[in-house]
Design a protein around this ligand. Structure first.
Ligand code: NAP
Ligand code: MG
Length: 524
């Protein structure tokens, strides 16, 4: 497909369009894909150095809408398999690191094409494995495809000539080379996009990867590495080692052979990785590179000039899309007092209209939360909320075996309340009253996080000021605070939200590269 070294032979990057769940043909295809997935083999294995390994211990990946349904039985890696994967990755690295980018991008671009062809199967996998709605699952897949396409183009750009100043009598250049063998540790909430994006960024840059998927979403990761293999990615470049983070996580992170750790997940685990990776181990030849993208306590700010209808709709979408289980979820709604009562009532009515249920049915907007532990933790926050605010809607678990919670809104919450400070990661949002615009921005900035934020206002001067003082890695005006697009809104947060890696942006691949400066004295 790509013969030239010139990356202009690839068409410019364009975001992948989404399916339309209302289209009758799409409905038939998705229903068929869900049935097919239910009837296919449930066994998934490790993939190390191009070889599949079945192990005795399995992760049982369950459907959170009906936990008795097993979506996949996935072999688990122990420490000895981590060692085998490291060996395979080092063997592959000796060749992969020297391949020109125009060679390295081929399997990723081909994989993107296979993902388009298997779109309904992959969407169905995320619907059953983590309870995504059709729209959320397809947006996740489209983002995964975007990452493969975008980072492939970026790899070509970084492999091309880099500007340096030339001096007389010398030829000077700067070359970006990969850094080594590392670990990719993604979360379950964007089980396609973040898993595939982090893996692709590292590997397409010439590094070799141990991919440890989240234990709630190993099946979609197993399908992705199969696709990479089918697309011709050399053995050992990406190795799949599912396993419990608490069992093998520290072993991977502390391993002296690991050069980098690319992590997305909770603040607690991220900080632990940061600390362990910073310690030098015997035989370790480098300072480990650590990329950490962590939690958020994101908000939608609404001032007295806002389009009330659009602002309340945006706030509700931000709070409850994928059951509030997004790092960017709008778990605080900060409203200037002049329009407070009106907004509270609109949010209540819009939340009341949301449908909750099994997301194999495309008419359900919200599905279950990911597992029992998550559900219990969210229910505890709801109990806390009852003492910290006025419950205006929701608050209960649905009476089924699935982990369904009602979308829940508390009003009159103090900015310092627990439910206004801690990441809940579920369908719960807190409405907070502000005196005026400035007070609202102070509240918005008043947590340890700084991932996403939105402001609804019609005053240009406020929008411009918010651009300076609203401290969030991804800031939106007059639209919801979720749904960043690859290439359009590079993604990453400030403070305890992480290292601000800006996934899907032009700086991201640098995290997996190192610059080599080369000078040659011209000998006549
Ligand atoms: P998590 O519990 O921190 O897990 C993330 C990953 O780390 C999983 O693969 C997990 O494996 C692994 N892990 C657990 N303990 C480990 C250890 N000691 N060493 C190494 N790895 C370990 O987070 P999550 O529940 O999957 O995801 C939700 C969190 O991710 C939220 O806080 C959310 O805000 C954040 N997030 C942030 C972004 C962003 O871009 N900033 C994007 C998405 C999500 P197991 O599954 O086996 O435990
Ligand atoms: Mg599951």
């Amino acid at each position: 497909m790509l013969e030239a070294t010139d990356y202009t032979v690839i068409p410019p990057f364009k975001n992948e369009p989404y399916i339309d769940p209302r289209d009758p043909e799409t409905r038939i295809k998705m229903k068929k894909a869900i049935e097919a997935l239910r009837s296919e083999s449930k066994e998934y294995n490790l993939l190390i150095g191009g070889k599949y390994y079945s192990t005795e211990r399995k992760i049982l990946s369950r459907n959170p809408a009906d936990p008795s349904e097993i979506v996949g039985e996935v072999s688990m890696a122990d420490k000895s398999k981590v060692d085998i994967a490291l060996k395979a990755a080092y063997e592959a690295f000796e060749d992969w690191r020297f391949r020109p980018a125009h060679d390295r991008v081929k399997p990723f671009l081909k994989a993107a094409q296979i993902m388009r062809e298997r779109r309904f199967e992959l969407d169905a996998t995320m619907i059953l494995e983590v309870g995504k709605s059709w729209i959320e699952a397809d947006a996740d897949l489209a983002e995964a495809i975007d990452f493969l396409e975008f980072y492939s183009r970026e790899a070509l750009r970084y492999d091309g000539p880099q500007p340096v100043v030339q001096v007389a009598g010398e030829y000077n250049k700067l070359k970006y080379i990969p850094i080594g063998v590392g670990a990719v540790i993604p979360p379950w909430n964007f089980p396609g996009a973040i898993m595939a994006g982090m893996t692709t960024a590292a590997a397409v840059s010439g590094n070799c990867v141990l991919l440890k998927p989240a234990s709630d979403s190993p099946v979609i990761a197993a399908k992705f590495v199969d696709i990479l293999k089918e697309a011709g990615l050399p053995d050992g470049v990406v190795n799949l080692i599912p396993g419990s983070g608490s069992e093998i996580g520290d072993y991977i992170v502390e391993n002296p052979l690991i050069r980098f750790i690319s992590f997305t997940g909770s603040k607690e685990v991220g900080l632990r990785i940061n600390e362990l990776a910073a310690r030098h181990q015997t035989g370790q030849k480098w300072i480990k590179r650590v990329v950490l993208e962590m939690g958020g306590k994101d908000c939608v700010v609404i001032d007295e000039t806002a389009d009330i209808e659009a602002a309340s709709a945006g706030a509700v979408m931000s709070a409850f899309g994928f059951q509030g289980q997004k790092c960017s979820a709008g778990s605080r709604i900060i409203v200037v007092e002049d329009v407070y009562d009106e907004i509270v009532e609109k949010i209540r009515r819009k939340t009341e209209a949301l449908t909750v249920g099994d997301t194999t049915d495309p008419d359900n907007f919200m599905g279950p939360v990911v597992n029992e532990g998550a559900m219990n933790s969210i229910l505890k926050y709801i109990d806390k909320g009852r003492t910290e605010g006025r419950l205006i809607i929701g608050g209960n678990r649905l009476k089924t075996d699935g982990y369904f919670l009602e979308p829940t809104v508390f009003a009159d919450v103090s900015p310092q309340a627990t439910i206004a400070q801690e990441e809940i990661f579920g369908p719960v949002t807190a409405i907070i009253k502000a005196r005026d615009f400035d007070h609202a921005i102070d509240i918005a900035n008043g947590t340890e996080y700084g991932l996403t934020g939105a402001l609804y206002s019609r005053i240009r001067e406020r929008i411009e000021r918010a651009e300076d003082i609203f401290h969030a890695g991804n800031l939106y005006f007059n639209r919801k605070c979720t749904g960043a697009l690859v290439g359009v809104q590079p993604f990453g947060g400030f403070n305890m939200s992480g290292t601000d890696s800006k996934a899907g942006g032009r700086d991201y691949l640098l995290l997996f590269l190192q610059g080599k400066s080369i000078s040659e004295k011209i000998v006549l």
